[in-house]
Design a protein around this ligand. Structure first.
Ligand code: MG
Length: 463
């Protein structure tokens, strides 16, 4: 029902992608560009703007350019220093007229980026971003203020503590008693937050890669299984209940179980969905790319699932729309470790996800590995096919599979019972992504084979 009404279509933008502006420092990401973004945003949004950054070596350079732009346009700036993206989002929601974070999230060390935060703490949506881009590309409409009208700046590095306390407050006291956790913030801003949050819950906390360092000496900002061998080893050596790792701006969290085994992110979402849905019923909101496992687990716990286009902003906005329509929303989340807890705020929050995992284990008589093993088995296949004619291809595929009621929310999704295949055109590279989610390995393989054959036939006809 809601799926029909909420087909938020993605709008292609010139500069901003699904996660703001991102690129290689000195090539796509220059101080001039960031200065221009600051001036444009300051022209669009007056008032007090909070800014912050992750631990990248280029962070100081870009935050300087950003602040200069905002101040020139007459905004007052509150510099919150180094902090996770969700921490700045929380502070903006509570106190400020907007925010900007300098971060490239999970990208390699030579990247950086800009993400704009709305007064309610959510990321800037498509419509507003288009307005901002118009200003960035039409510099004459930007107003640089006179000497007596430029903004003022205050430093507020202590504000991050308020975020830590806000999460700890959501849980009962001594929740984490007897639970040992190993945290790998990946040399990122979560060094300042996740250990403090879990200690406030009463956990015994050990850390690895917990000194902030923009060269990322221990592992890359993407918390991939290969980079987490140190975390896994410390978890088993210390008899910890689990290990947790964040991406470069700590809006995502991934886990290893007590045996050091990486928990695939769809399994993570399913585990937390089951925990949340058992505690209170409500709708689960997730992108079309999430494994069927999550809907199955939520359904067993009595919760309905609503799907959105791929991108956390669409999940967050749909959650808000459902709540505005009088519905109860239990949880939002993507199958990449990005989870949104509506009792806290409407954005992905890695620190909050860590705390919820403590609550999940505190309420369970079982180890994390047994809880993972009880999840429905699914088989995922992900492949890419190179083509610059992805949109034409999708149109042809849609026609070809018309009798199988394909879904067009984001790309093309074709269902076969409980299994499905999703084909999406990349926004940044000349390729289409194929994702198959099936209940049996053989079925996954067969669906992938069939769709690849059909795609290749269509592509051959085009050339
Ligand atoms: Mg991130």
């Amino acid at each position: 029902m809601y799926q029909k009404r909420m087909q938020t279509k993605k709008i292609q933008k010139r500069l901003f992608g699904t996660n703001g502006v991102r690129g290689v420092v000195g090539k796509d990401m220059t101080p001039d560009l960031v200065l221009r973004i600051g001036e444009a945003l300051g022209t669009l949004r007056q008032g007090q703007i909070a800014v912050g950054r992750d631990t990248r070596t280029s962070g100081e350079m870009f935050i300087g350019a950003l602040k200069a732009g905002l101040l020139a346009a007459g905004c007052d700036v509150v510099d919150c220093g180094i902090l996770p993206t969700p921490a700045l989002q929380y502070l903006v929601k509570e106190h400020y007229d907007g925010g900007v974070i300098i971060t490239a999230s999970h990208n390699p060390p030579d990247y950086n980026g800009v993400k704009i935060i709305e007064p309610d703490g959510t990321e800037m949506g498509d419509e507003e971003t288009l307005q901002l881009e118009d200003l960035i590309f039409a510099p004459l409409s930007i107003s640089v203020k006179h000497w007596d009208m430029v903004g003022k700046e205050v430093a507020a590095p202590q504000m991050v503590d308020e975020y830590v306390k806000a999460i700890a407050r959501q849980f009962r006291r001594r929740l984490g008693d007897g639970i040992t956790v190993v945290i790998d913030p990946g040399s990122g801003p979560a060094c300042l937050t996740t250990p403090a949050i879990l200690r406030a819950l009463g956990c015994r906390v050990l850390t690895i890669n917990a000194i902030m360092d923009g060269t990322f000496p221990g592992r890359l900002p993407e918390p991939s299984p290969e980079g987490l061998s140190g975390l896994a080893a410390l978890v088993t050596a210390s008899n910890a209940s689990f290990g947790i790792a964040h991406d470069g701006d700590a809006d995502r969290a991934v886990f290893v179980d007590e045996n050091g085994r990486f928990i695939e992110e769809n399994q993570e979402l399913a585990l937390i969905a089951r925990h949340i849905c058992n505690e209170s019923k409500g709708i689960l909101v997730t992108p079309v790319s999430t494994s069927q496992m999550v809907e199955m687990v939520a359904g067993m716990a009595g919760c309905e699932t609503v799907y959105t286009p791929v991108g956390s902003i669409y999940v967050a906005r749909t959650m808000r729309e459902l709540i505005d329509a009088g519905k109860r929303v239990a949880l939002g989340g993507e199958g990449n470790g990005g989870l949104i807890f509506p009792s806290h705020q409407f954005c992905r929050d890695g620190g909050m996800t860590a705390a919820v995992m403590v609550a999940l284990l505190a309420n369970s008589q079982q180890d994390l590995s047994s809880l993972v093993d009880q999840l429905p088995e699914r088989y995922l296949i992900k492949e890419k096919i190179m083509t610059s004619r992805g949109n034409e291809l999708l149109k042809d595929l849609g026609k070809l599979y018309e009798d199988q009621a394909p879904e067009h929310m984001d790309g093309l999704k074709i269902r076969r019972g409980d299994s499905w295949v999703l084909i999406r055109v990349s926004g940044t590279e000349p390729l289409v992504r194929i994702m198959v989610d099936a209940d049996r390995q053989q079925a996954a393989y067969e669906i992938a084979q069939e769709i690849k054959e059909v795609i290749n036939r269509i592509l051959n006809r085009m050339t």
